[in-house]
Design a protein around this ligand. Structure first.
Ligand SMILES: Cc1ncc(COP(=O)(O)O)c(C=O)c1O
Length: 425
């Protein structure tokens, strides 16, 4: 059951609300997507890139120790974090950059918040020989320096956006502005299942590989799945994971939003279970955290990938219809789940995915021992070390940073300096 209609609407959500100038590239993109998504050569090349560049299929792992300790259902993990560049974002980047190449484009632009989508796009552009510019809010550039550095190493130009709140939404606006004057040779790779049609449908198409692999792997392992759990920023890992199961009554599909620090205004990014309003932002209609005047409100989550102000239109509809259940998990609970899965299973979840892991633990407890819940580990946590290390090991981390600064500024480290000053290091 495809939820999208030909006009790109999912019930009342979705559509394509763009300035006249963007109409032409959007129409051109839609035509190319319809053609290439049915084309044998395109699909074969995509399959090869998935296998040889991304490293697919990603495994489906049994979390044996955690399941035993937790009680209730068996917990399985779809390890998207094993994909090249560390998250599911590369499934979409590879698909869209390949499509752009078929369209004769030579340049790619992208927006990025946490940096994962920018990183995936930059790596793919390097691989496929495309010029790449990534727009990133100045605030994100400062807090996600390791990803900025990696994008530049892949040859991408990272533009620091200094308008508005200087975060993801401003980066999207700036990328749109670029596209309006460059679409003859440039394609804009949107990183989640949102934006004007046909982006939500197209991103879902490229991310559905996650759900299809789970279907195949669960058959091979003789598993009958009762519940799937995924975190939701804009919604691309969730919709791709859920896609092959949406038309059926089972399994339960559970989407997890960021509960942040608590229920207060600006303290979380809970849209479906929170105070989101139907609005039009970034070229599509959906549920957004906006004020009475339609201005986008500030959001917060410890995970940079979950604090987007809106939600993809298909998820908004499926949530309203009740096919997808929404819940939320706060920072603390996500950090606890991260630590538990790292120590029990040897898997370091991304902070985003740790929200889904925490929800899976709660849900599994309410299920029977012969039932199965699969959690999508949308990314791995290496990228988050600069955020999670100060939480788990504040003193050692401070010392590490002091050392790094000293080493860069003076060529010596704190230990040497203290020795020189006659102090014990
Ligand atoms: C690892 C990871 N998971 C989840 C997300 C959330 O995005 P989406 O809802 O599009 O899957 C992000 C976004 O950056 C991410 O990096």
């Amino acid at each position: 059951m495809n939820k999208e209609k030909a006009d790109g609407f999912y019930g009342m959500y979705g559509g394509s609300f763009v300035a006249e100038i963007i109409r032409r590239p959007i129409d051109e993109l839609e035509k190319a997507f319809r053609k290439q998504s049915q084309d044998y050569t395109f699909l074969t090349e995509l399959e090869e890139l998935r296998r040889d560049f991304i490293g697919r299929p990603t495994p489906l792992l049994f979390a044996e120790k955690t399941s035993r300790e937790n009680g209730g259902a068996k917990i399985y993990i779809k390890a998207e974090g094993f994909a090249h560049t560390g998250a599911h974002k590369i499934n979409n980047a590879v698909g869209q950059v390949l499509l752009a190449k078929k369209m004769g484009k030579t340049r790619i632009i992208a927006e990025t918040g946490a940096g994962q989508h920018g990183l995936a796009t930059a790596a793919t552009c390097a691989r496929l020989g495309m010029e790449c510019t990534v727009y990133m809010g100045e605030v994100d550039v400062l807090r996600q320096q390791p990803n900025v550095c990696a994008m530049e190493m892949y040859g991408a130009k990272v533009v620091s956006v200094k308008t508005g709140a200087r975060t993801l939404k401003d980066a999207i606006n700036e990328a749109m502005r670029d596209w309006a004057s460059s679409f003859e040779h440039t394609h804009y790779v949107i990183g989640s299942a949102l934006g004007p049609a046909p982006y939500p449908e197209m991103v879902k198409f490229f991310q559905t590989v996650i759900g299809k692999e789970v279907q195949k792997q669960s058959m091979e392992k003789n598993l009958s799945i009762q519940a799937l759990v995924a975190c939701v920023g804009g919604g691309s890992n969730a919709i791709g994971f859920f896609a092959p199961f949406i038309a059926e009554k089972s399994p339960r599909l559970i989407a997890v939003e960021a509960g942040g620090k608590g229920p207060g205004l600006g303290e979380n990014a809970v849209r479906m279970k929170g105070s989101a309003r139907t609005s039009i932002v970034h070229g599509y209609k959906s549920k957004f955290l906006v004020d009475e005047d339609g201005q986008v409100r500030n959001t917060y989550s410890i995970s940079a990938g979950l604090d987007y102000t809106g939600i993809g239109p298909e998820l908004a509809l499926l949530g309203e219809e009740g096919r997808i259940e929404f819940t939320s998990v706060g920072d603390r609970e996500a950090l606890d789940a991260l630590q538990l899965f790292a120590q029990n299973e040897g898997l370091l979840f991304a902070l985003e995915s740790a929200h889904a892991a925490a929800a899976a633990l709660t849900i599994a407890k309410t299920m029977k021992a012969n039932e199965v819940v699969v959690v999508n580990m949308s990314g791995r946590g290496d990228k988050d070390l600069f955020i999670s290390a100060p939480v788990f090991r504040a003193d050692q981390w401070k010392l590490f940073l002091q050392n790094e600064l000293a080493r860069l500024e003076t060529g010596t480290d704190v230990h040497d300096m203290k020795m020189q000053m006659g102090e014990e290091a």
